[in-house]
Ligand binder design. Structure first.
Ligand code: SAM
Length: 226
């Protein structure tokens, strides 16, 4: 087992479907974080491919100029998903109740999880499903910062440091045979803690972990070429 039962626990053990029953038309990270995420997608995703935006909402972080064959969305609130301009279609599912994705094998070139992986109680099962729906050579990218709905994040996340969370997400990938070695992309502000406390010059730290399904060797690894 990747996580012990106590590591999967949330402070709010109420149903996630109730927590997400009303839409939140907000963004969950600052502009600099979201620009970095879009920049990363621009570098790693290919046009005219199939993308699954898992744990999505009303906003898309996909580059506007990139056209895809299909963008499938998933989330917890239908009103939010209906407003997302990039989704061709979507489904609602509580992955903590049922981690299976109602999608065919090898359907997608990329699977994205933005600022949400901390809410998964059974990440091993969900990452297994991500591998199943990816085409050989397909890419999965999980991004996160230091913000969260604290009461809904799992204990393993809440109790970790920012860097131990990078390792945790790498472990999620490594727990599924078939993923290549995960790569981390990290941008942290070098502003002094005092200025950060005053809210001057600081931006949300950026973390992403990416891995390819059925890695084809070094030339095929996910790396940002910045
Ligand atoms: C902080 S929001 C991020 C949404 C979106 N990815 C974004 O970048 O704006 C967290 C999202 O995680 C997803 N989520 C939370 N708990 C979930 C659960 N139990 N099952 C499936 N998805 C869940 C919901 O889609 C929710 O909108």
């Amino acid at each position: 087992m990747l996580l012990r039962p106590e590591q999967r626990a949330k402070l709010d053990s109420g149903k996630d479907s109730e927590f997400y029953s009303f839409p939140r038309f907000v963004t969950h990270a600052d502009k600099q974080f979201l620009d970095r995420l879009t920049h990363l997608y621009r570098k790693l995703l290919q046009p005219q491919t199939r993308v699954l935006d898992l744990m999505s909402s009303w906003v898309s972080h996909l580059p506007e100029e990139l056209e895809f064959e299909r963008v499938e969305g998933h989330g917890m609130n239908e009103e939010e998903l209906a407003k997302n301009p990039r989704l061709d279609r979507y489904f609602v599912r509580d992955l903590n109740e049922n981690p299976q994705l109602p999608l065919a094998d090898s359907e997608f070139d990329a699977v994205l999880i933005a600022v949400s992986v901390q809410y998964l109680q059974y990440p091993d099962a969900v990452f297994h499903e991500i591998g199943r729906v990816l085409k050989p050579g397909g890419l999965a990218i999980a991004s996160f910062s230091n913000r969260m709905f604290y009461q809904k994040a799992i204990a393993a996340w809440r109790e970790g440091t920012e860097l131990s969370r990078v390792e945790l997400v790498k472990q999620y990938f490594r727990s599924v045979p078939g993923f290549g070695e995960p790569q981390a992309i990290i941008h942290r502000s070098d502003v002094s803690p005092l200025l950060q406390m005053l809210g001057i010059g600081a931006s949300d730290p950026f973390y992403a972990v990416a891995a390819r399904w059925q890695d084809m060797g070094d030339g095929n690894k996910a790396q940002e070429q910045s």
